[in-house]
Design a protein around this ligand. Structure first.
Ligand SMILES: Nc1nc2c(c(=O)[nH]1)N[C@H]1C(S)=C(S)[C@@H](COP(=O)(O)O)O[C@H]1N2
Ligand SMILES: [Mo]
Length: 334
């Protein structure tokens, strides 16, 4: 069944968030009327109306088709989306520099199409795939998640992606697979942060999850945000999103997914093991050695309107994920 889009509203008149809510209200009203009960599970994600000067990232044709067919997600109860401008303009992506504005300024020519991903290690069916082939069997859906950076700022972001676990199952993990290791592209010619004298990290950037964490339905691979493809500064064309962990676990621009028996050596943990653990679960009761993790600055935030809120255990996803850590001392395994 065809679903009508919300009527056009000049983007200069309202913000992306209010358009978003309005669209949801219309859809909800239609649902309440029973008009599209049957169509609901396949409800397509239409594009967000954004400010006219916001740059959009349509992505290659095949991805656009998939993004258009993505099922819409439910908003996070009572929380506004962080505006597109902040989501795509305030980033951590050290491959493109250390400043929050560096990734947007320096990643615009980052070449992400074509893109290949290697699946290797403890799997029955290893191989290297184009992104298009890798995504072929996966339907996309919107997931609106909180993102809590270890630096104590946070956002609410409408990702588009699919469960990581669905991908892992396809490659048939062996009985030895205990962890999943992810690796970002290493290409100093394109990534100025990888040639910088000031860089403190060893490249490539590596992250990892325990197998049960990776199989958890909240852990996704994202290929889009705000209804379009991922901008390069957000980790195009493929990045991990693990909403109950600090943002640094959500590794960007992935070129390799390797299943391992040993715990992977992950970038921030290797760089400063006393400050960044392997698990990195959001935990307001375990402070960073140099700052408190009890509260966070929810973006957008300014000097006069800082918008400080309490940080929640597992970033507010405790009901879904706390059982993964039962019996573990979370002060030791921070
Ligand atoms: N490859 C790579 N992935 C990365 C980072 C990085 O520097 N390099 N920064 C991480 C950190 S610290 C955060 S908070 C998130 C930020 O994601 P965003 O810029 O899309 O909000 O990306 C994470 N993934
Ligand atoms: Mo972060």
């Amino acid at each position: 069944m065809l679903i009508k889009q919300a009527p056009d509203i000049p983007s200069s008149e309202i913000t992306s968030e209010s358009v978003y809510r309005r669209r949801r209200q219309i859809l909800k009203a239609m649902l309440a009327g029973g008009a599209m009960m049957a169509a609901h599970p396949a409800m397509a994600l239409d594009r967000y109306a954004l400010e006219s000067d916001d740059k959009r990232y349509p992505g290659p044709d095949w991805l656009q088709t998939k993004l258009r067919a993505a099922k819409a997600g439910d908003p996070v109860t009572g929380e506004s989306l962080t505006p597109y401008t902040d989501v795509t303009g305030h980033n951590n992506f050290y491959e493109f520099g250390l400043g929050k504005e560096d990734p947007k300024a320096k990643a615009q020519n980052f070449n992400t199409d074509p893109w290949k991903v290697e699946i290797s290690g403890e799997v029955g069916k290893p191989g290297t795939y184009t992104l298009e082939d890798l995504l072929k069997p996966h339907a996309l859906e919107e997931r609106i998640y909180r993102l809590r950076c270890v630096e104590a700022w946070s956002m609410v972001i409408p990702w588009v992606g699919f469960p990581l676990g669905d991908l892992i199952k396809r490659f048939e993990p062996t009985g030895n697979a205990k962890y999943v290791e992810f690796t970002t592209l290493q290409d100093p010619a394109q990534m100025p942060g990888q040639r910088s004298f000031f860089s403190t990290l060893d490249w490539p950037y590596v992250e990892g999850l325990r197998m049960d964490e990776a199989m958890h339905p909240l852990a996704i691979l994202a290929v889009g945000v705000y209804g379009d493809a991922l901008p390069p500064q957000n980790g195009a064309p493929l990045r991990l999103v693990v909403p109950w962990k600090y943002g640094f676990k959500s590794i960007k621009s992935i070129v390799r997914i390797r299943l391992t028996e040993e715990m992977p050596k992950v970038t921030w943990n290797q760089t400063a093991p006393s400050e960044y653990g392997f698990y990195a679960n959001v935990n307001p009761k375990v402070d960073h050695p140099r700052w408190s993790q009890a509260t966070e600055r929810r973006l957008p935030s300014s000097l006069f309107s800082p918008h400080i809120i309490d940080t929640r255990m597992f970033n507010g996803y405790a009901d879904q994920v706390a059982h993964l850590y039962s019996g573990m001392d979370l002060r030791k395994w921070f």
